[in-house]
Write a protein that binds this ligand. Sequence first.
Ligand code: NDP
Length: 611
Amino acid sequence: MTHEVDNGSTRVFSDDLRDKYRVERDKRLATGDRKYVDLDSGDLARYLDDPYTEFVDREPLYECSDVLVVGAGLGGLMIGAALRSRGVKDIRMVDSAGGVGGTWYWNRYPGISCDCEAHVYVPMLDEVGEVPRYKYAPGPEIQRQAQAIADGYDLSEHILFHTTVVDMVWDAEDRRWVIRTDRGDEFRARFAILANGTIQKPKIPAIPGVDSFQGASFHTSRWDFSVTGGSATEDPTKLADKVVGIIGTGATAIQAVPPLGRSAKELFVFQRTPSAVLPRNNGPVPSEWIESLQTGWQAKRRRDFMLYTNGKPGTQVELDELNPLDDGFTKSLRILVTNPAFASMNEDELAVATQQADLQLMEMARDRIDEIIDDPATAEALKPWFGYLCKRPTFHDEYLPTFNRHNVHLVDTLGRGVESITPRGVMVNGQEYPLDVLIFSTGFENSSTRYTERIGFDVIGIDGISLAEKWAGGLRTLHGMLSAGFPNMCFQATPGFGQAATTWSYTELARRNADIMGALVAFALEREVLEFDVDQEAEDAWVQTILDTRIDFSEYFNACTPGRFNNDGRLDLVPVVNTDFGGGPFAFYRMMDTWERSGYPGLSFVPAPAS
Ligand code: NDP
């Protein structure tokens, strides 16, 4: 059955509903601070091992280069491409994964695909000459695109895989970064760009007995196909005689549960908080549309997507008749953010209308459950009771119907989470569920973990200043990409990193920022600049701009059930200054154009001596 977003909801956000949201949130808050296992040490460090690519020993390298990029995910590759496009030749890249793609390298679970339209999300399609055949591209197609970028921009030969940076120190005399890795390498680079990604470090909840399970177990980002069979695009057929449990019902589980349900003898889905699951309506895009595409098509589509999702209310976009922009994000944000009806409203009217729009989307998610799910108790347990943006919105057509299968069981933990893990299985509400295979779909460390902890090393800048210490009280950057005292260094922005723009398709943000950083480094190399650094006043002024333009969403997120977007209910854990530029991406990138064209005011450049 196809479910379309219904524009005609007349239901009202009542006090009863507000109470219901509060009760559901409080139940989850009452379980106390959420703790996670330290995966860097101990037995469970095996959850971080790379199951996909064999580790090959090599001799340490001692090298000098113009630029070193940490990370060969989409964010790092786009930096590499931006540098190459501007003639930068001497680039070294390192990544702890065994191949390119970052998220799309690590996440290979059955059913994986992008959940934002592929023709918007998958970067550099036009440049590489690819067009996804389906509205939502499967993971391996996105990883192939990452490889195509690496090959097309002559980066592949310059990337060292299974190589993790352990420290990074500024050598003031040589005016270079000295970067050491866990392979014993020492790189000396004039410029360094950190593109470590944002949700890259798997999180395993510190459930009592978590290390005691005797069956096979793994995190979704380290999928063990030797246990399950299948692949990212084929069902895990080795599970036909296995009882499987999956903990978590976030955006990953929404995609992984349908193939597991089709393949496992029995599947138990352990749920703490249900996701809102709206229609995806995946399918092939019209071939006439693909054939009609002209050079530059993707830039226009990405811009249109940004107008729809980040534009002003009522923003009009010229619709493509053959393949209109109508993915879940576009549709829902058209209702919640860029709604034409909002254009003429005053602040009070807008507050009420936005609340109504939020309700409309959540009612649609709840109604859809009643329509699809056969068993009323299961339907009730699957209903999400929170605001639409409290958790990552999800879109899927097979997730909910999976719960009508006789072999699939929803185990509602009533907001408390899994009680404990035993050698045989999982305990919930006093009952043990024996399992052969246990899968953790429990997410990744996020912006509430300090930046240097998340990337796994500190950076030591001018006069021994530590980045961890400098940012301990909150981010201090220029444009979310540079920081005073850390010369010749750029930071690839990521959602939740802060002080740059934010967009609903991460790759748009990464691509734009890569262009800005690539242009800056190429500018410095062309002029034989030995060092550039941010002027303290410029940094202070930008931090003030962030505070001045900040849109305060704390009331909304404090009312939310705990999750990634409110730091598990602890908004106070992240300094307010770690927020994105409140003027929106259009204003941000206009500002960046002017900054670039004016020769980078706020930066000081030390040129090479005339001789
Ligand atoms: P999430 O953090 O979104 O979900 C983790 C899940 O684990 C939640 O359901 C959480 O419950 C549950 N959980 C954690 N601890 C326990 C516990 N002790 N007992 C029971 N349940 C527990 O991680 P995901 O991997 O699903 O998604 C992470 C991000 O990855 C997404 O937000 C999205 O940005 C990205 N993603 C993107 C996709 C794309 O196509 N572009 C596809 C998939 C993911 P609770 O909600 O109660 O905390």
